[in-house]
Ligand binder design. Structure first.
Ligand SMILES: [Mn+2]
Length: 244
């Protein structure tokens, strides 16, 4: 049975076709898999488990149905949905993982991560990341009323888009030294991440005396992107959106 990996769906009420594609994956393909891993940025914005948006209800129900069918679903936080907490995880049947999670995947020591920690050249982003991952910042934010948090998320999203557009493409991609030191520090042969929206199955490269491979999941902007890993290999599939 294959194991599935997805990330960077950036689900939002404004793009129901993306949520439809996820629900189809959960209903039709995922039930035949060993596990589903969501490596962050499932949602385009996430303002707290108490958000009463219909999108969260729909996605939680679809995920929960799959987990009730016996397929475990694991979640690694992204930079958009780092506030997803235990209450939503319980509602959706998700198991939350550490930001860097080691896994023996069909015999290959593998690291799972969102990927933003590898983008060390984007110093402005790393400063923001250091701030918003502190529990004091998160508690202050979650104490604000929902409309205030919603407005903050809108502003942050617009600023993030401006920031990314203004940077050289190499700045928003992974830093090669950060990749190498993460490989060496975690002693894995393979890493699977998203975040950069640069889907690829990179050829294995020698790092510190052994071959290591980096696999980058695609974002769900024009179509879905699903990595299937099985004992006999792996493939990065595109998932078309239904025409409405
Ligand atoms: Mn991201």
């Amino acid at each position: 049975m294959p194991t599935l990996f997805i990330s960077d769906l950036h689900l939002t009420e404004a793009r129901p076709e993306v949520t439809d594609a996820l629900c189809r994956l959960l209903r039709e393909t995922a039930p035949g898999s060993r596990a589903l891993y969501i490596l962050g940025d499932l949602f385009d914005a996430y303002i707290g488990d108490d958000d009463d948006a219909a999108l969260l209800t729909r996605v939680a129900a679809a995920l929960r149905t799959l987990s009730r069918h016996g397929v475990p679903i694991y979640f690694v936080h992204g930079n958009r949905d780092f506030l997803l907490g235990n209450a939503f995880a319980e509602r959706a049947g998700l198991r939350l993982l550490d930001i860097h999670t080691r896994l023996n995947l069909y015999g290959v020591p593998t690291l799972l991560l969102h990927g933003d920690t590898l983008c060390t050249d984007d110093t402005a982003y790393q400063q923001w990341r250091a701030q918003c991952r502190q529990s004091a910042w998160q508690n202050d934010f979650l104490a604000q009323p929902l409309p205030v948090r919603r407005q903050f998320a809108l502003t942050a999203r617009a600023e993030s888009a401006r920031h990314t557009q203004a940077l050289e493409p190499t700045i928003t991609d992974v830093n090669p030294v950060a990749v190498q030191s993460t490989f060496v520090g975690t002693e894995v042969q393979r890493m699977i991440h998203g975040h950069t929206h640069r889907p690829a199955i990179h050829p294995p490269q020698p790092v510190a005396g052994s071959l290591r491979q980096r696999i980058v999941l695609g974002d769900w902007d024009r179509h879905g992107s699903v990595l299937r890993v099985a004992a006999d290999g792996l493939v990065l599939d595109q998932l078309p959106f239904a025409v409405s």
